[in-house]
Design a protein around this ligand. Structure first.
Ligand code: PMP
Length: 409
């Protein structure tokens, strides 16, 4: 195909033209939040200038147009995930809320004493804590799939943990802390062999590779708008239609009902997905998410992933030459995340000082404290890549890092 034209992409992101401490911004914190192209930013001005109305209940033109634009994103997400039906797409505030929805609805319906839920050592806190809160309440057991020294899931241990008590497996597709890409299709097959349901946290996968929920055979799949070049405040829960149909609502309110009476049993609920979308949603954000996914498709999500691999390889080679630097997470299949620690230099000091040179990286536990603890560290530095990053930026980052290490050692 055509060469990946990163300069043309960069020009579409106004924030990449700003400076930080008098230096050009080098933004390498994309696993936390990706930046937003002008076409997505424009959705907000356009929405509030032309379209602003509450959806799904209007009999007037603005309400109809806003509803159509909102529902067009549902169709866009269906295509993005290769779902069978747009009704399998539930809008949430993000991945976190999607996981909590499954926990509070599916979990409360199906889990109890004697049951087991499997998560992995690689999970983000958002795929740990909802299950812990629920386990305290319902009395099921939470078990953890271990990782090997490179940060790959131990698939033999996974198979050994799976048993007839396993009701649900909840794992991420790509680890935000290490970049490990997990074999979710194989994991789904093994879970289904035991009659368990699998929820996949796709927050870090959706921006980097084609997602095909039918091919994976995912029961639930979640991702966030703000990591796919879209806005904060919106995300998606995909679910198999039969599962969603059988699940009770989680939050109650407007939009999610069919009829309401003061007799509690007299209230009836809307069909999937609306029964899971109580209250006025983030309408502009949902419409902007649709524009962001269109942008990702125009660029090509696999082309983005391949470019990030080029950046990751270049960065990995360069930092490997730094004395005393250790990369945490060296799995053979990795997305564009480079996590590392440096002998004699605190991650936080590195993060603060490198910011002075215009370079934004993440330092800390990356919302994966148990995982870092397993590797014997409290914090790492993490550089993570997106479509608009360049090889020159990687070089700026590496020389800034060398300078900073020289200052703190
Ligand atoms: N899971 C993973 C793997 C993530 O990287 C993140 C965000 N860092 C989340 C879940 C949570 O996403 P959000 O904060 O958008 O709900």
């Amino acid at each position: 195909g055509a060469r990946f034209d990163v300069e043309a992409l960069r020009a579409q992101f106004p924030i990449l033209r700003r400076e930080v401490h008098g230096k050009p911004l080098v933004y390498l914190d994309n696993a936390a939040t990706s930046q937003t192209p002008q076409v997505v930013i424009d959705v907000f001005g356009d929405y509030y200038a032309r379209l602003n109305a509450n959806i799904h209940r209007g009999l007037h033109t603005l309400a109809d147009e806003a509803t159509a634009a909102f529902e067009a994103t549902r169709a866009r997400v269906k295509a993005f995930l290769n779902a069978e039906d747009a009704r399998q797409v539930v809008f949430t505030r993000g991945t976190t809320e999607a996981i909590n929805l499954v926990a509070q609805s599916f979990g409360r319906q199906h889990l109890g004493p004697g049951d087991e839920v499997l998560i992995s050592m690689l999970e983000h806190h958002s795929n740990i804590v909802p299950w812990q809160l629920l386990a305290l309440d319902l009395g099921f057991t939470l078990k953890v799939i271990p990782v090997d020294e490179r940060g790959s899931l131990d698939m033999q241990a996974y198979q050994a943990l799976l048993c007839e008590r396993t009701k649900l497996v909840a794992v991420n597709h790509v680890s935000n802390a290490l970049g490990t890409i997990n074999p979710v299709k194989e994991m789904a097959r093994l879970a289904h062999e035991q009659g368990a349901v699998i929820l996949i946290d796709g927050a870090q996968a959706a921006p980097h590779q084609t997602i095909d929920v039918q091919d994976i055979d995912a029961d639930f799949y979640a991702f966030s708008g703000h990591k796919v070049y879209g806005p904060t405040g919106v995300g998606v829960l995909y679910g198999k239609k039969a599962l969603l149909d059988a699940m009770p609502p989680w939050q109650g309110g407007g939009e999610m009902i069919k009829t309401v009476s003061f007799e509690p049993s007299g209230t009836t609920f809307a069909e999937t997905p609306h029964k899971f979308e109580a209250g006025t949603p983030a309408i502009a954000e949902v419409i902007a998410l649709g524009r962001a996914l269109a942008w990702v498709e125009e660029v090509g999500v696999d082309a983005i992933g391949e470019w990030e691999s080029v950046l990751l390889d270049h960065a990995t080679r360069a930092v490997s030459r730094i004395d005393g630097l250790k990369i945490i997470g060296t799995a053979p299949h990795k997305a564009g995340v480079l996590s590392f620690v440096v002998d004699g230099a605190h991650s936080q000091d590195i993060g603060l000082l490198i910011d002075q040179l215009g370079v934004a990286i993440r330092t800390g536990h990356h919302c994966a404290q148990p995982l870092l603890h397993h590797f014997g560290v409290e914090a790492t530095c993490r550089a993570s890549f997106a479509a608009y990053n360049t090889l020159e930026e990687v070089d700026v980052f590496v020389s800034a890092l060398e300078r900073v290490i020289g200052m703190v050692r």
